[in-house]
Design a protein around this ligand. Structure first.
Ligand code: ATP
Ligand code: MG
Length: 212
């Protein structure tokens, strides 16, 4: 079972790592691939480069044997669409292995804005964790709600025995940390040392990232 955590990682923080560690512990993935978006579809262009964001991911996961950096979105041109990443992963890994896309409830709530969102489940399962300040999963918009009702997994066993097609809601205590908050705090000269790995903070300081 292979998991994918896609994101802008601008910067990667302990909320991302906690999500990955908790789901790794409960679901037992063979690996979790961290996939930084080169050019995110639904966000402003990040002020720092994709290479810098990927470098921070690399530093953050360096001591975790099950976590790997996957730079395929940096090697493509144009907007980074998750559907293209999934198609490319299937070409590489085949159709048999269970592929699980990990995301917070904030991302899931807007899934119907994703490029070709109705096809995502043809390639992967979605594993969703509740994130602080994100809307309640009982308040989803009609499109996402219908998708969840149709594909909801009743047990975690279902995502192990099928290669794709299920949505599993996992109850973990997600940390109240976001990249936006970290960027604002750094620009405001506040202490962020409790919010991200020390090696990532060191790189941010060395290159004076997010200072304005
Ligand atoms: P930004 O504030 O710039 O939007 P972010 O903190 O939301 O950044 P992303 O890189 O956009 O981070 O997130 C990538 C994925 O990780 C998304 O699916 C998001 O829901 C999830 N995620 C981010 N932070 C957390 C957290 N603290 N707990 C659980 N999931 C998280
Ligand atoms: Mg976000």
């Amino acid at each position: 079972m292979i998991a994918i955590l896609g994101g802008t990682f601008n910067p990667i923080h302990l909320g991302h790592l906690h999500l990955a560690t908790q789901l790794q512990a409960s679901l037992g993935f063979d690996s979790i691939r961290f996939v930084p978006a080169a050019l995110p579809a639904l966000k402003d262009v990040p002020a720092i480069t994709a290479e810098q964001r990927a470098e921070m991911v690399k530093i953050a996961i360096a001591n975790q044997p099950h976590f790997t950096l996957d730079t395929r979105e940096l090697l493509r041109s144009g907007t980074s669409y998750s559907i293209d990443t999934l198609i490319s992963l299937r070409e590489e890994l085949g159709n048999q292995v269970s592929l699980c896309w990990l995301m917070g409830s904030d991302a899931f709530a807007h899934l119907n804005a994703w490029h070709r969102w109705q096809e995502l489940l043809n390639y992967a399962h979605l594993i969703v964790v509740k994130r602080p300040h994100s809307l309640d999963l009982s308040n989803l918009n009609a499109d996402v709600k219908a998708l969840l009702e149709k594909h909801k997994a009743k047990t975690a066993e279902e995502i192990k025995h099928q290669a794709h097609g299920k949505i599993l809601i996992q109850e973990i205590a997600a940390l109240d940390i976001s990249s936006t908050d970290i960027r604002e705090k750094i620009a405001d000269k506040q202490d962020v040392s409790q919010l991200l790995p020390s090696g990532v903070l060191k790189l941010i300081q060395t290159h004076h990232l997010y200072q304005t």
